[in-house]
Design a protein around this ligand. Sequence first.
Ligand code: C2E
Ligand code: CA
Ligand code: CA
Length: 290
Amino acid sequence: SDFFLPAASTLQDLRRSDNAYSIARAAVNSTEGSGYRLHQQIKSAFQAGEFFAHFQPIIANDLNSLLGSEALIRWNNHGQIMGPETFIAVAERTDLILDLGYTMLEQVARQARAWADMDLALYSVNTSVRQLTDPDFAMRAIDIWENHGCDTINLKIEITESILAMDHPVIRSNLEQLRKAGISIAFDDFGTGFSSLSYLDKFPVDSIKIDRVFVQKLTAGSNSRAVIEAMGLIAQQLNLDVIVEGVEDQASLEQIRGLTPVTGWQGFLFSRPLPAQDFEQYARQFPGKL
Ligand code: C2E
Ligand code: CA
Ligand code: CA
């Protein structure tokens, strides 16, 4: 938020002005403040190769096949495995997020290559705004993927609403290059932001991921049913795949099934995010996977 809030408000001012660009300032270079020490730690952890991916299975609609996985970044901090909530926001304030992003792509590509026999259709990788404003992002992502001998058709980049809300020419160009190369794009945490639906048909998106907040509120008898149904309709109209996240129990799954067609399921009901080796073992229960 240290980065995004000033950027968003600068953007708002810019829209009311005649200027072509404006520079948002966040106090990222301050050596005081809570983030600095952690930032230094993340930097040396990156240099020491302490970041790696966990893989969470994505199950096909019929529940009998494995579509693929979402890669989720982890930090092996001297044996303690730390999740992204502890470091991603800090990394995002600087170019460190670029290093972490490319590391993730490298690792996922290496795994995809090693798992070629499993024929997984989908390797989903998360990206931050800062990565997509790097003019080289699409080219480097494609290079990494192809240099490992992987097919771009199996790579999916997950982006969030805030990215589209910025409607940035470099972001647009990156997304278009990715799409042209056969890489698909998922709209992550769908419905949780404050952007308008108009971004959906303005950008080359292939799928939406219905956020777990909607799934988890289902049982509380809230408006979630209607919201999920509506999101499903939008996806159908725009010809987008639907992945439902954060499915923790069979009852929610059945309920959602009754509301909308689903392409894939993801959640603790099936599996938590797993280290590569465990993912491989998990995958073996499905027919035709090794
Ligand atoms: P996300 O993209 O929405 O990823 C899904 C998060 O939901 C993961 O948390 C996953 O462990 C959790 N989850 C999956 N199934 C369930 C479930 O059934 N119940 C519950 N309660 N949670 C579930 P994680 O791994 O802590 O990741 C948090 C966020 O960090 C991600 O949210 C994503 O926005 C970000 N992130 C993760 N890896 C990367 C990365 O490589 N790059 C970037 N830029 N961001 C990443
Ligand atoms: Ca995601
Ligand atoms: Ca998500």
